[in-house]
Design a protein around this ligand. Structure first.
Ligand code: HEM
Length: 571
């Protein structure tokens, strides 16, 4: 830790980086010009007849002084031209590293060169920064930093955070800024704390797990997690009025874009909207339309008869009730949230479970907590899910260690300094989420998956956690995700014994380049699961009586009535 602190101090003495851009070649040509001027000075002074009065030593001192002065003046001018970001030339190798390894490249870049680094991209210089005390300001000081709503679509650059769906589907009310944005968020905020979020997720989990995994399963679970999250989101957004056909259609559309994402990773052409994509969006809007008509009809019934089948925290209901939004705006937000609320939660939840499986002691402790909280039956009681503190810490650690959103961008609206470096107006500033989460000055042994970092009552270190962004434009879906993830993981631990398949080890650090979300390079996360059905175990209560419970016993007391694939007691 001590050496980490030293490194932190050293990195605080910012190393400014001058990287090779088309523009940046200009100041570097200064060197031959300067040396030439030295000779020119000598020559001109001779021509002017000055040289004859000066000794060679004096001439040398004058020349050197001139040289030094010119150098500093040019450095200053150069600094102004380049917005203050000057320093050693890093060059193409580093650019390539970042382009190829994304934030794994970024982690090493920040380690080597400091908190703020700039990179050339085909569409201009992008400035990256990682987590430190000043990070919060980038998200909260709106005088200098604004949400960059274009960031997600800046294809073809180092910052080409190609979440291929959102940038194509424009028009969401989240593209507003300032007062208008605040008003929009206020209206729809209750949706993100929908009381049926857990209920819908558990229902979705049970349907998918029965249909897909059965009693025993080895294979990709990412795809299924995606379906579970989607199913729950669609049910909530659609106010429980969507038909099975609507459901199937929405999932088909989503999977079309996910496939486009995965197949097209790294391919700039894949960011272009095809005719098929447009058709898909129209189909999604048609579903949103049916939902809208349903909610409107139920609201009329409620107004006339005092009762109607609408949930007061439903998104469509909230928006209609406010009277501020057109039908088209409501449909667009519906489509956007189906998209925004799916990929990142599925990824985060899946990687967290896989990380727990790679650390069996952690998984067992979490499973024990679930068993203790829900001892009497196989079901998870939604009203008690907030009691799962250790699972909560595991989910937070999963978000830290394997953050699904890799970059969060801001536009610099007024020239300012971050970490002592001037960032010019209109710069594209990107917070390197992974580098922030893996900063050894903030987190001890950052590579380790250690939920204790987020144990109840522990404060999160400043600048150490930005998985959802921060400030007024932070992700509104955070609460929804925490509830969903807890429901999915609690159901999973209650119903299955989970291990990593020894034949298919997951590389959770890998992810596809060119993506906003850290989709694994292989496109899947593989786990092995065996249902804990027919497993009963007993414990002694405080009075010394024996209680019988359902589920696996991680304290090794239970007697399995069925041999699991892992032999004996399921380990
Ligand atoms: C693991 C889960 C999730 C992660 C890691 C995540 C991450 C993020 C990040 C990093 C941002 C940008 C924040 C910023 O610029 O400061 C964002 C924005 C957003 N997220 Fe999420 N998100 C998650 C889940 C969700 C869910 C479940 C929903 C919806 C139900 C959602 C809806 C949105 C929306 C609408 C925005 C735009 C907010 C704005 O511009 O004001 N997200 N998310």
């Amino acid at each position: 830790m001590k050496s980490d602190k030293k490194r932190w101090k050293a990195s605080q003495q910012i190393v400014h980086i001058l990287v090779k851009t088309r523009k940046s070649t200009q100041p570097l040509r200064v060197m031959p010009t300067l040396s030439q001027s030295f000779f020119n000075f000598n020559l001109s002074s001779r021509l002017l007849g000055v040289s004859s009065d000066l000794s060679p030593q004096t001439l040398l001192v004058v020349t050197l002084s001139f040289f030094t002065l010119s150098f500093f003046i040019l450095l200053k001018v150069n600094k102004r031209w380049r917005g203050g970001i000057v320093g050693p030339r890093v060059g193409d190798a580093l650019y390539k590293e970042v382009l190829e390894k994304r934030h794994h490249g970024m982690i090493s870049v920040h380690e080597k060169y400091g908190e703020v680094v700039s990179f050339p991209t085909p569409s201009g210089t992008v400035i990256f920064m990682r987590g430190n005390e000043e990070l919060e300001r980038v998200f909260t000081d709106t005088k200098y930093f604004a949400k960059n709503t274009d960031t997600w679509s800046a294809a073809g650059t180092v910052s080409d955070v190609n979440n291929l769906i959102q940038p194509m589907y424009k028009g969401s009310l989240f593209e507003t800024t300032g007062k208008e944005h605040n008003e929009n968020r206020k209206t729809i905020n209750p949706f993100f704390a929908h009381p049926l979020m857990i209920h819908s997720t558990i229902k979705a989990f049970n349907q998918y797990s029965d249909a897909r995994w059965g009693e025993e399963f080895t294979g990709d679970i990412l795809d299924d997690f995606h379906s579970i999250v989607k199913f729950a989101m669609v049910e909530l957004l659609g106010s429980y009025c969507l038909t099975e056909d609507d459901d199937a259609l929405l999932k088909r559309v989503i999977m079309h874009f996910v496939k486009k994402n995965v197949d097209g990773a790294g391919d700039e052409k894949a960011t272009l909207l095809t005719k098929k994509d447009e058709e898909m969006f129209l189909e999604m809007e048609a579903v949103a339309d049916r939902c809208l008509e349903h909610v409107k009809a139920e609201m009329t019934t409620k107004a006339n008869e005092g009762q109607g089948n609408v949930h007061e925290k439903g998104l469509v209901y909230l928006m209609l009730k406010s009277g501020k939004y057109s039908d088209q705006a409501i449909k667009e937000l519906f489509v956007n949230l189906v998209v925004a609320g799916g990929e990142t939660p599925a990824l985060a939840c899946c990687k967290t479970l896989a990380a727990m499986a790679q650390n069996p002691a952690i998984l067992e402790r979490a499973a024990q907590e679930v068993d203790d909280t829900f001892p009497a039956s196989a079901d998870i009681d939604p009203s008690k899910i907030d009691r799962l503190d250790y699972l909560d810490a595991c989910i937070m650690e999963g978000l830290r260690r394997y953050a699904p959103a890799t970059i969060v961008g801001r536009r610099v609206v007024k020239e300012t300094k971050v970490c002592g470096v001037t960032v010019p107006k209109d710069s594209n500033l990107q917070v390197s989420v992974h580098a922030a989460h893996m900063n050894p000055a903030v987190w001890d042994n950052p590579d380790a998956f250690n939920p204790e970092r987020f144990a109840k009552g522990k404060e999160i270190p400043k600048g150490g956690f930005v998985a959802f962004g921060l400030g007024g434009r932070a992700c509104p879906g955070k609460r929804a995700y925490m509830k969903m993830a807890k429901a999915i993981l609690a159901c999973m631990l209650k119903k299955y014994i989970v291990v990593e398949d020894p034949n298919t080890k997951n590389d959770l650090d890998s992810f596809m380049p060119n993506r906003f979300v850290a989709w694994p390079s292989e496109g899947h996360v593989t786990l092995k699961m065996v249902q804990r059905i027919n497993v009963n175990y007993t414990t002694k209560n405080n009075d010394g009586d024996v209680d019988t419970h359902f589920g696996a016993d991680f304290s090794r007391q239970f007697v399995p009535t069925r041999r699991s694939a892992f032999g004996g007691n399921g380990r």
